[in-house]
Design a protein around this ligand. Structure first.
Ligand code: ADE
Length: 246
């Protein structure tokens, strides 16, 4: 997969050199290009913002640098990339969208600062390619760079070959499958005793059926405590008779 990020803070994207994403790049599974938007300005001050029409606080990102940057990066490429615009006014990013984006061969991210990008830029590119305005949560950050880091990591770990064990995202909280809609329960490793705290007996029993049942009960309890909204939205067909017993 190819990923381009256009930003006025290229250094903010340095974490893309580290850990899972960094290793995926080093192994050639991910081709990441970070661009400085100011390279597409032509004045002495490399201006990227201006005052909003209609008044109001803050500044708006000017359309010209974005247009020149995106035209140069995207060119006449076929198929064109999916353009991902981080904004608190976008559709909420979730695992389903991560899976959808992970199927695209090319993503271009346009993290904005200030009050956002002149609307005409989004409208212009939406007329030619798939544009997704995406929010990472119901809070307002100072810019879209941190959301890009979040989205790239969520997408990268779904790419074939990126995770060591191909199955290791099957049980993730929010993944599809038998535990869909449930948060992951607690996990334990050695030593068997730490500060007088042991391991739940069932995990030492070697009884796979009981372990699976216990994990599901833990997942249900944690979901009910932390995310009752997920239980409320749960497809009743995904519950079994043991789930209902309590
Ligand atoms: N930019 C500022 N806040 C944001 C958010 N919550 N999601 C995506 N982009 C943003």
């Amino acid at each position: 997969m190819r990923i381009d990020v256009v930003t006025i803070f290229p250094e903010y994207l340095e974490p893309l050199n580290v850990s899972l994403v960094g290793k995926a790049r080093a192994r050639g599974l991910l081709d990441v290009h970070v661009h400085d938007l100011r390279n597409w300005t032509h004045d002495r001050h490399h201006t990227v913002d201006d005052t909003p029409y209609g008044g109001g606080p803050g500044m708006v990102m000017k359309p010209e640098p974005w247009g020149e940057a995106l035209d140069e990066i995207i060119g006449a490429a076929e198929p064109p990339p999916v353009l991902v615009v981080p904004t608190p006014s976008g559709r909420r990013f979730d695992q389903k969208l991560a899976v959808e984006l992970s199927a695209a061969p090319w993503l271009v991210f346009t993290p904005a600062r200030y009050e956002g990008i002149d609307r005409r830029v989004i409208d212009e590119y939406a007329s030619r390619l798939d544009v997704r305005e995406v929010s990472v949560g119901d809070y307002v950050l100072a810019g879209g760079e941190a959301p890009v880091l979040v989205m790239v990591e969520a997408v990268a770990r779904l790419l074939p070959g990126v995770l060591g064990n191909a199955e290791s995202h099957q049980d993730d909280s929010f993944a599809a499958g038998p535990m869909a809609q449930l948060l992951e329960g607690p996990v334990y490793t050695k030593p068997p005793e730490w500060r007088d705290r042991g391991i739940p007996d069932v995990l030492l029993s070697g009884h796979h059926g009981r372990i699976a049942r216990w994990r599901r009960d833990q997942a249900l309890a944690r979901t009910a405590a932390n995310r009752p909204d997920l239980i409320a939205r749960c497809d009743p067909a995904s519950l079994d008779k043991h789930d209902r017993a309590e």
